[in-house]
Design a protein around this ligand. Structure first.
Ligand code: FAD
Length: 485
């Protein structure tokens, strides 16, 4: 039954940012009712949280029914209903089930959705949540060739994991994994794409995504609102096509999609190409380098768009260039008493020289947690400083079965020519790159079991002048930890 509710805190979104925010608020304000509204039936909870070093963290994620949260926090109510309408000036929020909330503080953590090459094209698929990953798996099981577009983390993992299907991977950059790596690291990783699957597996520790025994997560009522998958999203899903012994990945560099044709459009087109040579496929992709590939379907992994739709109409939110809700250093949007965290928001404060926003699992947790502390501080009229986690960008992940640690300006982001790189590489084992500016370390990429993350994190944080060490810094015969003790 539709009803009106007066509540102090409402949080929207059952992903990592929303759940972390709601848990933090509920545990701090035990006598206040806290509402978490989410479009998805399962919520994502962080377990086994471990602070690996000052800024690096590892944790597991579990999809759980909302009752788990309600049992843990008696003052936290989870409503599975998408937000339909927000009237920020009136502090009013309406859910699709008709329930209306009059809040004092609201935090929007509605995540983001894949930026698709084209909307409503049945031959183009995006991967975001459990449903879309399952749809991908289903279609892959009947496929001989797919075309993957995009060069971020999802595309990287996907091309590596797919077996039994030819993959054409089109990227607009000169090297693979441009979001995370430079050309050197890409070169280090490329042989993994060509190696036999059995030879690939290397032991690796990292954040693990686990699905609870509650059944697969489904998207919300509107079909597109499930929580984002995260690390290991492909684990437990067999990503196999129909071709025996094929893990072939062909990379097309420096190109984008010009046009996608259905079979019929292609056959009827005036294209100046030998159509019969290309074979008969459900879809055809024309790239900007002029090449045309037939394929079973296209995976569009070209980034995400923040889910801001139900919140914008009638309100005055300041949006960033990437369409995220712009937040200040207290996670406040431009609408009074409305905060935002995770993929839906864009950091609008002057960032530390060593931090940048990336729409990642760890940042969703950190922002959700910090937003809760900011909401609390505002209610209690207490001062709060920007959290230390925004001091240095740090991320642990896994690409092509290698442990990957990224620190600070790992790709010399924003440094122009004003930097120097030191690289150490042992083929098939490790790739270490440090970024120095004015003799001080400002970033690092560590691939493999390098064991250097803590030392490098310290060197970046303390901004020690390293000029006198020169290339010795990466000398494998020197125990660098002892060096700087
Ligand atoms: P989400 O997890 O997307 O949660 C948003 C929530 O809001 C959902 O519960 C949704 O149902 C709800 N919602 C949306 N609209 C509404 C509405 N109108 N009303 C109510 N509720 C609503 N990050 C990494 O760090 N490492 C990785 O290896 C990695 N791999 C990834 C692989 C894939 C395939 C994808 C898609 C993402 C990956 N990411 C990875 C990114 C990471 O998953 C996200 O950055 C993170 O999950 C964002 O969390 P969030 O809470 O902001 O949003």
């Amino acid at each position: 039954m539709a009803s009106d509710k007066q509540v102090t805190f409402v949080i929207v979104g059952g992903g990592i940012a929303g759940v972390t925010c709601a848990e933090q608020i509920a545990s701090q304000f035990v006598s206040d009712e806290v509402y978490l509204l989410t479009a998805s039936p399962l919520v994502k909870t962080v377990t086994n949280f471990k602070q690996v070093s000052k800024t690096l963290e590892e944790f597991d994620i579990e999809d759980q029914p909302s009752s788990v949260l309600e049992e843990k926090y008696p003052n936290l109510k989870v409503l599975q209903s998408a937000v339909k309408l927000l009237r920020a000036k009136e502090h009013l929020l309406q859910a699709e089930n008709g329930q209306t909330f009059h809040y004092k503080k609201l935090c929007i953590c509605s995540g983001a959705r894949p930026k698709l090459l084209t909307q409503d094209n049945p031959h183009v698929l995006g991967i975001r949540d459990t449903d879309s990953a399952q749809e991908f798996q289903k279609r892959l099981s009947k496929a001989k060739r797919i075309v993957v577009i995009g060069n971020g983390g999802i595309a990287l993992e996907l091309v590596y994991e797919v077996e039994g299907c030819e993959v054409i991977w089109a990227i607009k950059d000169k090297a693979i994994g441009n979001t995370f790596f430079d050309a050197g690291a890409a070169q280090f990783l490329i042989p993994s794409l060509e190696a036999d699957k059995k030879e690939r597996a290397l032991p690796c520790k990292r954040a693990r995504y686990t699905t609870g025994k509650t059944g697969a997560g489904h998207s919300g009522a509107s079909g597109e609102l499930g929580s984002a998958l995260g690390p290991d999203w492909h684990e437990g899903i067999e990503l196999r096509g129909t071709v025996q012994n094929s893990s072939g990945v062909h990379v097309e560099y420096e190109c984008e999609v010009d046009k996608i044709y259905t079979q019929q459009e292609f056959l009827q087109s005036q294209l100046n190409t030998n159509k019969s040579e290309l074979g008969l496929w459900p879809a055809y992709v024309q790239l900007t380098n002029g090449k045309i590939y037939g394929c079973d379907f296209v995976v569009s992994a070209t980034g995400v768009v923040p889910n801001t739709d139900p919140f914008l109409s009638g309100n005055n939110f300041e949006l960033a260039g990437d369409h995220g809700l712009r937040v200040d250093d207290h996670m406040r949007t431009s609408e009074q008493d409305v905060y935002a965290a995770g993929d839906v928001c864009t950091a609008g404060w002057e960032p530390s020289a060593l931090w940048q926003q990336m729409r990642l699992w760890t940042q969703a947790r950190q922002m959700g947690w910090y937003a809760a502390r900011c909401m609390a501080a505002d209610v209690l009229e207490e001062p709060i400083e920007l959290d230390f986690c925004f001091e240095l960008f740090s991320h642990i992940t896994k690409f092509f079965s290698y442990k990957v640690v990224l620190l600070g300006k790992f790709n010399a982001q924003g440094l122009g020519q004003d930097h120097e790189l030191l690289v150490r590489c042992t083929k098939g084992q490790e790739y270490v790159k440090v970024v120095l500016t004015g003799g001080r370390m400002v970033g690092a990429v560590l691939i493999g079991e390098t064991d250097l993350e803590e030392t490098f994190e310290n060197l970046i944080l303390n901004q020690m002048d390293l000029s006198r060490y020169g290339e010795e810094l990466l000398n494998p015969n020197i125990d660098i930890e002892d060096y700087f003790d």
